[in-house]
Every structure is written in structure tokens, then in C-alpha cells.
Ligand binder design. Structure first.
Ligand SMILES: [Zn+2]
Length: 86
């Protein structure tokens, strides 16, 4: 049985083992924000649609782009290097 926080701990451990830096970002609206223009769009059957700029893509791809952008733009919660681990 998984305990609360187990998956997070396991991810942190795997990143450290593979010498990969882990950057945690704010999750608020990360799946609702348009990764192109930043406005809030809608999701329909796995597809993300922005009514402002017309961008549409798989909703998970849009969410991933937003998370990447947040990490790159300094909106991260914390940055852990491989040596810090936990
Ligand atoms: Zn947009």
C-alpha cells in the first residue's frame, strides 16, 4: 500500500540517482493556462483549446509546456540538485 508522499519521495530518489536536477513548480492553473498566450482555455475530451489565440493541442502536452515554462521563468517552488537529493 502506498503511503502519502511515497511517489514524490520515489521521484526525488530517482532523479538523485540519475544526477538529474528536479525543479518543482506552482501547480495552480498549470493545466488550464494556454502555453502560447497565457489565457485560461478549456479542455474537451483530452484536447486543450484556447479561445483567445486559437491554440489547440493534447491537454497533457499543453500542461507539460506550462510546467516547463514555469521552471524556466523562475516560478519554481524549489530546485534540488542531484547531490541535495531529498
Ligand atoms: Zn492562447
Amino acid at each position: 500500500m502506498w503511503q502519502r508522499g511515497d511517489i514524490r519521495k520515489r521521484i526525488i530518489q530517482k532523479y538523485a540517482e540519475n544526477s538529474v536536477a528536479l525543479i518543482e513548480v506552482f501547480g495552480k492553473d498549470v493545466s488550464r493556462e494556454c502555453s502560447v498566450c497565457g489565457f485560461i482555455g478549456v479542455k474537451d475530451h483530452g484536447i486543450y483549446i484556447c479561445s483567445v489565440c486559437g491554440y489547440s493541442d493534447d491537454e497533457k502536452a499543453n500542461t507539460s509546456r506550462n510546467a516547463k515554462k514555469r521552471g524556466e521563468s523562475g516560478k519554481e517552488l524549489s530546485v534540488k540538485t542531484a547531490r541535495e537529493g531529498k
